[in-house]
Design a protein around this ligand. Sequence first.
Ligand code: NAD
Length: 371
Amino acid sequence: MRIGVPAETRAGETRVAATPETVKKLAAKNQVRVQAGAGAGASIPDRDYQAAGAQLVASAQEACDADIVLGVRSPQPDLLRSGSVLIGMLDPYNREWLEAIARRGVTGFALELLPRTVSRGQAMDVLSSQANIAGYKAVILAAAEMGKYFPMLMTAAGTVKAARVRVLGAGVAGLQAIATAKRLGAVIDASDVRPAVKEQVESLGAKFVEVPYLTEEEREIAEGKGGYARPMPADWMRRQAEAVHQRAIQADVVITTALIPGRPAPKLISENTVKGMKPGAVIVDLAAEQGGNVEGIERGRIVVKHGVKLIGLENLPASVAGDASALYARNVYNFLALMLDPKSGEFKLDKSDDLVGPTLACEGGAVVKKG
Ligand code: NAD
C-alpha cells in the first residue's frame, strides 16, 4: 500500500503528521511518500525521512496520490483521491468543510471524534496530546508577557511575592497549565464545572474553587457526559461569574481553557472583570478559536485592554512543533495500526471496532458522523 504525507498548508501550521520514527515503522510494509519540506516547520529535515525509508515527492498532489493520506489537517479536498483513506483532524464540527472532504469519496477519520472513554484509545488521543502542549505553552507565554516573576524570591534587594495564577477549566490543558505554573513557583487556584476534577487539581498542589450546586439539575448537568462538560444553567453561570470576578481581580495571570464540544466556548470573564484586574495582569485564553472565554479577546492577537494583556493566540501546539509533531504522529500511527493487518500490512476497515467506528466521519461520498 502507498501512504502519503503532504505538507500542511494552513497558515501557522508547523506540525507534520508523520515523523521519521513513524515513517520507519510504516515503511517496513508499505511505500511511504513524504512531500519535500513537510517536516520543515518541526525542524525535521527531508534527509531524515529518506533515511527512515520514505520516498520524497515534490508536490502535495503526488503525496496525496496514495491509498492512505495522513494529515494534521485535511489537505485541500480537490487533492484527495476517490477511494483513499484520510486520517487527521478533519474539523468535524465544520459541516461545510467535512462535506467538501466527503464529496471526494474518501474514507475519512476525524481524530477529534475518537472516543475518550475507551482506555486503549489513549495512545491515539490527539486532543489530549495537543491540549497538554497548549496548557504548558499558555503558562510559558504568560510568564514571558508579564512584568513579574512567577516564584517567590528572597533577595538582598528585598522579597518578591509569588505570582497568583488562576486556571479556569481544569481538563487536559488546564491541568498541564497548573502543573507548569507550579513548577515555576506560582500560587494557583483553579475551577471547573465538573466536580470530578477537584481531586486532580488538588493533587497538583492547587486550590480548587467550588461554585456550589443549588439544585439536583445543576449537579447532574455538571457531571458532564463522556468526560466532557455540558452547558450549565444560566443561574449557575451567573454565580460562577461572581466567584470568578472575586478571584480574577487578585490574580496576576488568568488562564482559561473552558470548552464544550461542538459549541461556542462559555464566557467566563466579562469586560467588567477585566476592568477590575490589576494593571499588568495577563490573561491567556486557550478557547479563543472557539469564540473565547474572555470578553474582548481578539483571536490570533495579543492586545492590552484596561491595562490587562489579553492573549488570544491560536494553535499553541504548533509553537512547540517538534514535540507536538512527535506526539501527534504517534497518535496517528497507533490509530492507523488498529486497521492494518499485523502480518500482511493490508488495510481492513472494521466499523464494529469501538474506536474505528465512532471516528469514521465520511465514507462513500457522504458525511456519516455529525460532529
Ligand atoms: P475540553 O477541552 O472539552 O474542556 C476543557 C475543560 O473546560 C473541561 O474540564 C470542562 O469541564 C471545562 N469547562 C467547560 N465549561 C466550563 C465552565 N462553564 N466553567 C469551568 N469549566 C468549564 O476537555 P478536555 O480537557 O479535552 O477533557 C475533559 C476531560 O476528559 C478530562 O479532564 C479527562 O477527565 C477526560 N479525558 C479522559 C480521557 C481518557 O480517559 N482516556 C482522555 C482524555 C480526557
